[in-house]
Design a protein around this ligand. Structure first.
Ligand SMILES: [Zn+2]
Length: 464
């Protein structure tokens, strides 16, 4: 089924207009701690229904606050997703992503764009971030607003700083702050390589495996090609290693929670991820190549003073989180930030069936944009104009593709809404015209396999 990009006109409203965040009295600014676990798909946490006990500490956190069951990142890979999380803007607005026509070109955040750290800083917060992914290098500009306290260690996948080290650094920094504090702690554990430490190894996958551990991207791809890894028999073994990495990150979350409780200061704590991981749900592996739920549905848990407990089914995105944290910090909402306050959504069930969240920009393959609402996902190939509509099941998985008239009808409903959010322009995103200036970072990305373009995968083909 093909829908021409040019044939569709008429913008639909994004969503009902939101009032400005309420200003709370000075002195009521709680500390804000944002935990971002790289590559953590929501459905691999016990609290989101996983059948392995991967997350006792995150589950405990969820039981104390709001768990958003249908939360989505605005992209399926680190750089463009983090840029949305830190600016409240969609990838076509912040223009930080991979250039569709040049795999070696990545946009850098424009200095004019206001980040969460900048607006909270203006409102009186001290800010710090502890970051561990190559795509979070200061060269990409996501350090804006963190001053000297942007600690980045972009090691290779298997030699990153541990979640436990990052938590210790974060708690130590918090202890030194006299004013309200905004801290970001990024954990790299669930990202490839899968190299669970000895104290968790064997929990979810046998210690003897038919492939080497640490399991690297290269080993997996080459193993698959040479037939050393047989699917689907090996999928539970591979996800077992991934789940052990989650358990390691969860333990660090436990230490963080204990540390925050010991401080005893009012703190809003958020746990989320930049994107998920595919285990052949739609025929592929890893992340960056699609916008389906296994890559864009992320955990989102918010706890803190005056935040109620409960699960929220309304579809939300990271820009809603941005808006909420601006409100929590009594900060100024930057221009052009859409979305709605998560607490308003939770308390009023606002537009539960009407919300649409957009995800855009891929690291590999043809340019794509996707929207999801309560019941369906629309994926558009921005080069060919071909579209797909997938049904969202009760467990939020997206495994059944509509065909024929039902697909066409749903697409005709969803396309104008997608266009409305994109201001009528569904072309591939343009990235800020900056190449990575630091040869070391460029080399690191090349070593990790991000620069080399893998074979193009046509998203409009029949997908299993
Ligand atoms: Zn990532």
């Amino acid at each position: 089924m093909i829908w021409s990009l040019l044939a569709c006109t008429g913008a639909a409203p994004d969503e009902p207009a939101q009032p400005e965040p309420e200003v709370v009295p000075a002195g009521a600014q709680p500390d804000i701690v944002l935990v971002v676990i790289d590559t953590l798909r929501a459905d691999h946490l016990s609290t989101y229904g996983h059948d392995r006990a991967t997350s006792p500490n995150i589950d405990a956190m969820a039981s104390e606050g709001l768990q958003f069951d249908r939360a989505y990142a605005h992209s399926g890979w680190t750089l463009s997703s983090f840029a949305s999380l830190f600016t409240g803007l969609l990838p076509h607005q912040h223009r930080v992503g991979r250039a569709p026509a040049d795999a070696s070109k990545f946009g850098r955040l424009s200095q004019e764009t206001v980040t969460l750290a900048e607006t909270l800083s203006e409102a009186g917060y001290a800010t710090a971030a502890i970051m561990n992914n190559t795509f979070l290098a200061p060269e990409f500009g996501l350090n804006q607003g963190f001053g000297e306290d942007y600690s980045w260690q972009g090691a290779s996948n298997d030699s990153h700083r541990s979640a436990a080290e990052s938590v210790a650094m974060g708690l130590s920094w918090l202890e030194r702050q006299q004013q309200p504090a905004f801290l970001v702690v990024h954990m790299m554990e669930p990202h490839l390589d899968y190299a669970p430490p000895a104290d968790v190894r064997g929990t979810f996958a046998p210690t003897e495996l038919p492939f080497p551990v640490p399991l690297s991207d290269g080993a997996l791809k080459h193993g698959l090609a040479s037939g050393q890894i047989v699917l689907p028999r090996d999928i539970p073994l591979i996800t077992g290693l991934y789940d052990e990495e989650i358990l390691t990150a969860d333990r660090a979350v436990g230490v963080l929670r204990e540390g925050l409780a010991a401080r005893g200061k009012p703190t809003v704590t958020v746990l989320t991820a930049d994107h998920g991981e595919e285990f052949w749900d739609h025929g592929g592996f890893e992340h960056g190549h699609t916008l389906y739920g296994e890559l864009t549905r992320i955990p989102l848990i918010v706890t803190g003073p005056e935040i109620p407990a409960g699960a929220v089914r309304t579809v939300v995105g990271h820009r809603d989180l941005f808006r909420s944290l601006v409100a929590v910090g009594s900060a100024r909402l930057p221009e052009n930030v859409g979305g709605a306050d998560l607490l308003t959504i939770a308390s009023e069930g606002a537009w539960a069936g009407e919300r649409t969240v957009l995800s855009e920009n891929v690291l590999y393959g043809p340019a794509q944009v996707s929207s999801i609402n309560d019941a369906h996902r629309l994926v558009l190939n921005q080069l060919s104009g071909a579209g797909e509509v997938w049904q969202v099941a009760g467990d939020a998985s997206e495994r059944v593709r509509l065909q024929g008239a039902p697909q066409s009808e749903r697409a005709q409903e969803m396309l104008p809404i997608m266009e409305g959010i994109r201001d009528g322009d569904l072309a591939p995103i343009e990235v800020n015209d900056t190449r990575i200036p630091d040869p070391q970072t460029f080399q690191m990305l090349a070593t990790l396999g991000y620069i080399e373009e893998p074979p193009e995968k046509e998203v409009t083909e029949e997908t299993p």
